[in-house]
Structure formats: structure tokens, C-alpha cells
Design a protein around this ligand. Structure first.
Ligand code: C2E
Ligand code: CA
Ligand code: CA
Ligand code: CA
Length: 280
């Protein structure tokens, strides 16, 4: 009876409601995706810029959609954030990343020191984020220091005092905390001052023209110098060319992540991954 579904929707749904209907459809599907194992994590290597060795990975979620194929997070995370789905989705991501990390360690891939996981603002409104993370660590037997949680400045902006309290609890547990997309937010220095973090991630937008744009070059140089003085670990994102890599290494950036080194990979491929030789 649904065979003419396409026409049916066109004739019965006024244009103005189309987006809402699509959203509802997708939301329902995302709900099923969570139950039906359609979500997968890809892992992007982060390498030490001096040794060239992979020392960490960032977990990035994808939806293996039965019709649309592999969908990137930009297609469904914003939607999940508008509904309650972001909570079970976020929990699934933390649990899966920790399980994977523990599996790699048991398989002898102990050079991977951290798995980084992105958190949504909504996850900070959750009743007890630290207790949840603690239960996952216990369940997966993963050491707290092997988990890094990434937050953006906008996440912190929503309820700064509450967020800072939660971050401090996580830090006390030994979990690493990264400030993601650094420099793109509203008041980066204020957040840098207020938020208890261990890692700073320089946004790709500063890296892109680092060799040609004097401002980008100076901003990155100053940021890395400042971060080093504050005792933070610095990861540059979106490193795509040998020139960018060399520049960042010269200004003493610790770690690099980007297509030059590797695209995000499925877990099985990540386990086989060998970083390309460092550019001279
Ligand atoms: P992000 O945290 O800033 O992640 C980096 C994004 O840049 C990833 O896109 C990655 O694939 C892409 N990327 C990495 N290297 C390069 C490069 O050299 N050049 C370019 N042009 N891009 C590069 P992706 O996987 O599509 O993720 C997009 C965003 O979705 C992430 O941005 C993050 O904010 C969000 N996200 C991903 N996974 C999760 C998750 O599990 N939970 C939540 N809440 N958000 C997630
Ligand atoms: Ca991130
Ligand atoms: Ca980022
Ligand atoms: Ca980003």
C-alpha cells in the first residue's frame, strides 16, 4: 500500500511541513539505528610531530544508513542534539570508544595512549556525566588517563559554572580534557583561563593558510607558545600538506591530525595503520 510513498507524501504534505516531516522520519530512523547497530565509530590518528608515531586517536561517529550509505555526523548530530536522542547516542559513543581502546590495548597496541571522544552540550545537562563515565571505565577496565573528552567553547558557554564543576570532577578522576576548535569561539581566552583542560586543539581554519597568511601564522605561533607555558598538550587539526606540517613542527606544536597523516579509519584498519614518514 506504501508503494507510491513518494507521491503520497507530495500530495498530502503541504510544502511548509516537509522539513518537519523529514526531520521526524530521520529522527525515527536514528532511533532505530541506535538499536540496530547502524552507528559506527571511525578513528583518526593523532601523531607525535617529532617521532612521527601515532600516539592517540579521535573517535568520529558515522551512520551506516541502509538507504543513504555512510553519513557523516553533520547529517545527524545536529538533529540528535535537538531531541533526546543525543543522550543515548553520546553514551553509545563513549562506551564503544572505551571498549575499542581496551580491545586495542589487549591486542598489544599500547602505543595508542588516548582515545578522544566528542561531547555535546546536552551531555553536560545529564544528571551525572562523571558517574556515567566512571561506570563505563569500570565496565571496560580502561584506565581514566586513556580517555580524552573533547568539548568546544560553545559547549562550555551554555552553563559555565556547572560545566566547570563537572570538568573538574572528570579531571580529578584522571580523565583528559581537550578544548576543541580552539580560537573559533566567542571568547577563547576567557575559556582558556576558566576551563580545566589538558589539551588544546588548534582549529583547522588557522592551519589551512598557515604558510601564506601572516595572521594565521602568528596566531598559531602565539597559541602554541602560550599553551606550552600553561603546560597544555597541543594538537593541530586539519593538517593536509607537508608544508603545513613543517611549519607546525617548527613552531613546536606537539601533535598533528589530518588527511596528510590519515583520514578517519574503521577500527580494523586503524589497528593496521602505519603513519607515513614525516616530511623533512
Ligand atoms: P571535529 O571534532 O572538529 O572533528 C574533525 C572533523 O574534521 C572530522 O569531520 C574529520 O573527519 C575532519 N577532518 C580531519 N582531518 C581533516 C583534514 O585534514 N581536512 C579536513 N578538511 N577535514 C578533516 P567529521 O568526522 O565529519 O566530524 C564533524 C564534526 O562532527 C566533528 O568535528 C564533531 O564536532 C562532530 N562529531 C563527530 N563525532 C561526534 C560524536 O561522536 N559526538 C558528537 N557530539 N559530535 C561528533
Ligand atoms: Ca573533535
Ligand atoms: Ca575540532
Ligand atoms: Ca570542528
Amino acid at each position: 500500500a506504501r508503494a507510491q510513498g513518494r507521491n503520497t507524501r507530495n500530495s498530502f504534505t503541504p510544502d511548509i511541513g516537509r522539513a518537519a516531516v523529514d526531520r521526524l522520519l530521520l529522527e525515527n530512523q536514528l532511533h532505530q539505528a541506535l538499536d540496530g547497530n547502524e552507528l559506527v565509530l571511525f578513528y583518526q590518528p593523532q601523531i607525535d610531530m617529532l617521532s612521527g608515531r601515532m600516539i592517540a586517536v579521535e573517535a568520529l561517529v558515522r551512520w551506516n544508513h541502509p538507504v543513504h550509505g555512510l553519513l557523516g555526523p553533520d547529517h545527524f548530530i545536529p538533529l540528535a542534539e535537538k531531541s533526546e536522542l543525543v543522550l543515548p547516542l553520546g553514551e553509545w559513543v563513549v562506551r564503544t570508544a572505551c571498549q575499542q581502546m581496551q580491545a586495542w590495548h589487549l591486542a598489544g597496541l599500547t602505543h595508542i595512549k588516548r582515545v578522544a571522544v566528542n561531547l555535546s552540550a546536552r551531555q553536560f545537562e545529564q544528571a551525572d556525566l562523571p558517574a556515567f563515565v566512571a561506570s563505563i571505565l569500570k565496565e571496560t577496565q580502561l584506565e581514566a588517563g586513556h580517555l580524552e573528552l573533547e568539548i568546544t567553547e560553545s559547549v562550555a558557554m551554555e552553563k559555565p559554572e556547572r560545566t566547570i564543576k563537572i570538568l573538574n570532577t572528570l579531571l580529578d578522576m584522571g580523565i583528559r580534557l581537550a578544548l576543541d576548535d580552539f580560537g573559533t569561539g566567542y571568547s577563547s581566552m576567557t575559556y582558556l583561563k576558566q576551563l580545566p583542560i589538558t589539551t588544546l586543539k588548534i582549529d583547522a581554519s588557522f592551519v589551512r593558510n598557515i604558510e601564506t597568511d601572516r595572521y594565521d601564522a602568528e596566531i598559531c605561533t602565539a597559541t602554541i607558545s602560550l599553551a606550552r607555558k600553561l603546560g597544555l598538550n597541543v594538537v593541530a587539526e586539519g593538517v593536509e600538506t607537508p608544508g603545513q606540517f613543517r611549519f607546525l613542527r617548527n613552531i613546536e606544536c606537539h601533535e598533528a591530525q589530518g588527511f596528510l597523516i590519515s583520514h578517519p579509519l574503521p577500527a580494523a584498519e586503524l589497528a593496521q595503520f602505519q603513519p607515513p614518514p614525516n616530511p623533512d
